[in-house]
Design a protein around this ligand. Sequence first.
Ligand code: PMP
Length: 280
Amino acid sequence: MPDLAYVNGEIMPIEKAVVPIEDRGYQFGDGVYEFVASYEGRPFMLEAHLDRLERSMRELAFDPISRADIRHAVLDLFDRGGYPRAGVYIQISRGVAPRNHAFSPGMTPQIIMTIRPVKEMPAEKRKTGATAITVTDTRWGRCDIKTVQLMSNSLAKQKSLDAGCDDAIFVSDQGVVREGTSSNLFIVSGGRLTTHPLTDNILPGITRMVVLKLCKAAQLDVEESFFGRDALLGADEVFLTGTVTELLPVVRIDDQSIGRGEVGPITRRLYDHLRKQAMG
Ligand code: PMP
């Protein structure tokens, strides 16, 4: 089965899929996206992803589209793909129109999707933990909207790879630790978990939400509050959360060991809980 693309209702091999050059997603980055992954063929947290997609579109004043149609297309792609663990990107642009910063009346949102097997994190990374650098957060002021404009995220990710690390962690110019380039971040200090509160400056991650619930169910002490780089580097454990990332321990940041420089017990325990929930 080739990897498939969906373009405004039509399904085709990915290599055959094209978009018009005047699509505003291409011209202005005027688009939103979601990424949904399956476990054993079943999409995980699909409705939460659709909620966030609708919210992103609403916040950017896109014309509404049918949630039922999107859901149907996503489920159909997972079925056709037939992979036990696959990922569907849903990308919606405002529409196609002659280039003009202002919106043109009567545009129809353009919907594209792709399905591919999830590129799993190497098992070794999960066992020994990942490394990261901190970078200044140069993103725009609405990081809570999942737009396709990912320039700062791409540059930061590349910088971390060039430095021989796995990822970068955004820190505001005021020193507040925000999130990873494609993940949210938790620290554990003295048995207590902390993650950045939901504001305009981070993405409201679906995995973050699931992990917060898992913490509460496990009666772990967890709070959503701001913390700085010193608290990050001084934490006993640090982990990232995301749809592909799942729950990834970070054991070294800016060349300093986190805790004892190995995967901590709370990270390991929450990862097991998350896998259990995802596998249903
Ligand atoms: N923050 C950013 C910047 C992201 O790109 C992602 C991945 N979508 C996340 C957090 C994690 O979100 P989720 O758990 O919904 O995948």
